[in-house]
Design a binder for this molecule. Structure first.
Ligand SMILES: [Zn+2]
Length: 97
């Protein structure tokens, strides 16, 4: 696991995830997002994770999702490692489980 700049937010605790989520810029054009049902579904699931207090954690291994990733794609359910793994899996259409 890469730990680049991981110490930058050394005071960040799991309890602050919801606070961070509230500061995150969610898609303002929700009507536009609705045209992309896959993305909308991810956004809905992300909002559910905010409610559950698990926002910001990879749904595969529960590890923290990179800050930069959350800023760019706040609804992502995967850390970079698993996102890339899934992209490879999707491109080859071979189940990895
Ligand atoms: Zn992961």
């Amino acid at each position: 696991m890469k730990r680049t700049k991981a110490r930058e937010n050394s005071s960040t605790r799991p309890m602050t995830l919801a606070t961070r989520a509230s500061r995150t810029r969610w898609p303002e054009e929700f009507t536009e997002a609705e045209h992309n049902s896959a993305m909308l579904q991810q956004v809905r699931e992300a909002l559910g994770r905010v409610a559950d207090g698990t926002f910001g954690r990879c749904i595969v291994d529960g590890g923290p999702i990179e800050e930069r990733r959350l800023e760019a794609v706040p609804w992502t359910p995967y850390c970079l490692k698993h996102e890339q793994r899934l992209e490879v899996a999707a491109s080859t259409r071979t189940p990895t489980l």
